[in-house]
Design a binder for this molecule. Sequence first.
Ligand SMILES: [Zn+2]
Length: 79
Amino acid sequence: MPQLPIDVYPFVLAILLVALAAAAMELRASVQAPSCPRCVHCRHLAMERRNAEERERRAVAKRLWGVDDVDDEDARRRP
Ligand SMILES: [Zn+2]
């Protein structure tokens, strides 16, 4: 592993934590996967959950770095 300047570590740590949180959320989502994947109702529930997690993730990113990547979400909402 290459030697990193000491002031980079908080940033790397933050990235690692976000990645870990994202991985944990995905793991949780896959654990809670619908029991009947072909059912429209369960697919809809899974989609809602994914959207909620995506919003959560973006809120975290925005809080941490002032990153606001809502660009394509707004585009998708428009007809
Ligand atoms: Zn179902």
